[in-house]
Write a protein that binds this ligand. Structure first.
Ligand code: SF4
Length: 313
């Protein structure tokens, strides 16, 4: 099967930093147990790999980072690349936990931009996913930060302040954020938009929005919990004008569907282990509709060999 590898794809610098920091920790000099507050990256395979090394991931999609901290009484806590609110930091310190913070620089920068404007008396309209840890961290900075996921959410917010800015979660769709910000400007004509989509997200979305015409389908390899992976599928469909699906690994490939295509393309989310994507690409390149020996979608990856990481782009 003709298979086009979209670049850049895969791990971003924030994920590389978080995983390398964690895997290089010296357990002998640490307060045990070591907890990770939330999934280090939104990838279940990576979480399993870290569990094998003795890290305890605290993940419950119904609980905030602050609530998850209630489950820890001693040891070390690792904050993920998505960042945490000042309250989470304070609570961890009050519990005398050792803290390892792997917040991505791009998330830190976006938080600092908001803090600067708050100091100048502004309110912030923040375009992000309500349940995403990065939005939760932003909301925890101040009650003057108002998270909206779509324009209708504005109906639930009563902002009297005339000093207002719009900004956003770093991993949103660049196209959705632009469209929502334009609608907000119709309501608040003088509002300033400070775009905080991170560079890694932006260039991956731009690459997938320029799909060659010959491509019948785009596979995005990524976890179903990964916001940036889901956004890549949306962008491929809307801007790339092609069919696209999210697959977590080779095992999600539907042979009947694949047999209808002549050419496919592959991208992957910023939190997808390189080896998972490489296995998908190898399978697709070998695939021949009439050769059943190329149709086996069982994965040969083991949990332990996912921890060596490098950027693909
Ligand atoms: S997707 Fe962007 S903000 Fe998130 S960890 Fe990667 S570089 Fe940082």
């Amino acid at each position: 099967m003709k298979t086009i590898k979209i670049t850049p794809r895969g791990y971003c610098h924030g994920v590389v930093n978080a995983v390398n920091t964690i895997t290089n920790l010296d357990h002998l000099s640490m307060k045990l147990p070591v907890y990770i507050l939330g999934m280090v990256i939104h990838n279940k395979q990576m979480v399993s790999s870290l569990e094998n090394l003795g890290y305890i991931t605290l993940h419950d999609s119904t609980k905030t980072r602050l609530e998850l901290l209630d489950l820890i009484d001693s040891g070390t806590v690792i904050f993920t690349a998505h960042g945490v609110s000042p309250e989470v930091y304070k609570k961890a310190e009050q519990k005398s936990l050792d803290i390892i913070d792997t917040t991505c620089d791009d998330v830190f920068n976006s938080q600092n931009v908001m803090k600067d404007y708050l100091k100048k008396g502004y309110d912030v309209i923040y375009i992000g996913k309500h349940t995403h840890p990065e939005s939760e961290a932003a909301q925890g900075i101040s009650s003057k930060i108002h998270v909206i996921e779509n324009i209708s959410d504005l109906d639930n917010i009563n902002i009297k302040n005339k000093k207002l800015i719009i900004t956003n979660q770093t991993t949103m769709s660049i196209y959705d954020v632009f469209n929502i910000s334009e609608k907000i400007k119709e309501i608040y004509p003088n509002i300033e938009f400070i775009n905080e989509i991170c560079n890694a997200t932006r260039i991956r979305q731009e690459a997938i929005s320029n799909i060659p015409h010959e491509v019948d389908h785009v596979y995005v390899v990524g976890d179903k919990l990964s916001n940036n992976s889901k956004k890549l599928v949306e962008v491929a469909k809307k801007q790339g004008n092609t069919s696209s699906s999210l697959i977590e690994s080779i095992t999600d490939i539907d042979i009947l569907e694949l047999s209808k295509y002549n050419c496919v393309a592959v991208s992957s989310g910023a939190s997808t282990p390189t080896k998972v994507t490489s296995e998908v690409i190898r399978f697709l390149e070998k695939f021949e509709k009439d050769d059943k020996s190329t149709h086996d979608t069982s994965s040969h990856l083991t949990i332990n060999n996912l921890l060596t990481i490098k950027t693909l782009s």
